[in-house]
Design a protein around this ligand. Structure first.
Ligand code: ADP
Length: 314
């Protein structure tokens, strides 16, 4: 038997969603979706605004009731075992839920008091959550005085106090500057890679989605695509051959007479190609007329547009 297939058979589905539907009055927000999340993986749930992401996450996290479908979270069924599910998940909302006037530590202690833990165990859990998110040095600062990235890490620490198996993050890096975004992303990746946590996130940043193990794209309440980032790029985006010609007219003519479609941007002639190796016959044809060239691989941004026909922030 193919060893890869065998490997996939052994994987554990920690979240399974079957036939999920949710309406808000006459708005069909989620129209019947199926997907699963493998344990210990970084899972990205993508879609344009209004696609149904928050509705789906809120239902999986037991915060909102569904109209139809079955959802199993680590062996527990949503609507039947909600208490058990809540013990096993952590949630980081788009908007922080921490108190700006309390210190980071006080915020986590307040949160921890909801869990049935001994005082010592709770203190250890809080230390561990702060260490994992690299905020021990700001434990005694008031939350309201922190920078955007520090706040986000404190929000994540709050969600870790009960040692969740699955962490849900709704757009965890939105609104942060690029450097801070990278730092917060490193924290999130570390939770999955070093601590084996299952991470379920939504993001508007395709460069983050490209680092996920698996991606599901929802559009207009339905699943529009599923796959690894590499699979989605392969299927929904194209590579492009970008040529800076020595003699532009000669290159244009050669492309035209050979029926090769191209576009122009600044001083470049661009040919969309299915795969990188498809550049070879074109390069042979244009030999002697090429000043410089590069082959650009399709990106997750291209794939997203290919799947939904929309920019993610449209
Ligand atoms: P996303 O998170 O992908 O932006 P949502 O799940 O928030 O999408 O929304 C999906 C659809 O449901 C949208 O059309 C949105 O306007 C609608 N919707 C979401 N929440 C509510 C609500 N509480 N009441 C009415 N309509 C809602």
């Amino acid at each position: 038997m193919n060893p890869f297939w065998n490997g996939r058979q052994n994987m554990e589905k920690i979240i399974e969603v079957h036939g999920l539907k949710k309406n808000y009055g006459s708005v069909q927000a989620v129209k019947g979706i199926d997907f699963y999340v493998e344990a210990g993986k970084l899972f990205a749930f993508l879609g344009p605004n209004g696609a149904g992401k928050s509705t789906t996450i809120n239902i999986v996290c037991t915060l909102l009731t569904k109209d139809a479908g079955t959802i199993i979270v680590d062996g527990h069924e949503v609507d039947k075992d909600d208490g058990k599910i809540r013990e096993e998940i952590g949630i980081v909302f788009q908007e922080s839920v921490l108190d700006p006037l309390l210190t980071v530590r006080e915020n986590l202690q307040t949160r921890g008091s909801f869990y049935p833990m001994e005082k010592n165990t709770l203190e250890a859990a809080i230390e561990s959550a702060m260490r994992t998110t690299d905020i021990l040095n700001i434990a005694n600062r008031r939350f309201g005085t922190l920078s955007g990235g520090q706040r986000r890490r404190a929000d994540i620490a709050r969600a870790l106090v009960n040692h969740p198996k699955i962490l849900f993050l709704d757009e965890p890096t939105t609104g942060l500057d690029p450097q801070t975004r990278k730092n917060v992303w490193k924290t999130i990746e570390g939770l999955q890679k070093e601590h084996g946590m299952t991470v379920f996130l939504t993001t508007h940043y395709m460069e983050e989605a490209a680092m996920a193990d698996y991606v599901v794209v929802i559009d207009d309440g339905l699943i529009a695509a599923k796959g690894t980032p590499a699979e989605l790029k392969e299927k929904y985006s194209t590579d492009s051959l970008q040529i800076k010609p020595i003699d532009a007219d000669a290159v244009r003519n050669l492309l035209k007479t050979n029926g090769i479609a191209f576009r122009e941007a600044s001083d470049l002639l661009i040919v969309d190609i299915g795969r990188t190796v498809d550049a070879l016959p074109i390069l042979r044809l244009l030999e002697g007329n090429i000043g410089s060239l590069q082959v650009l691989n399709g990106t997750m941004d291209d794939a997203f547009i290919g799947i939904t026909g929309k920019e993610i922030r449209e």
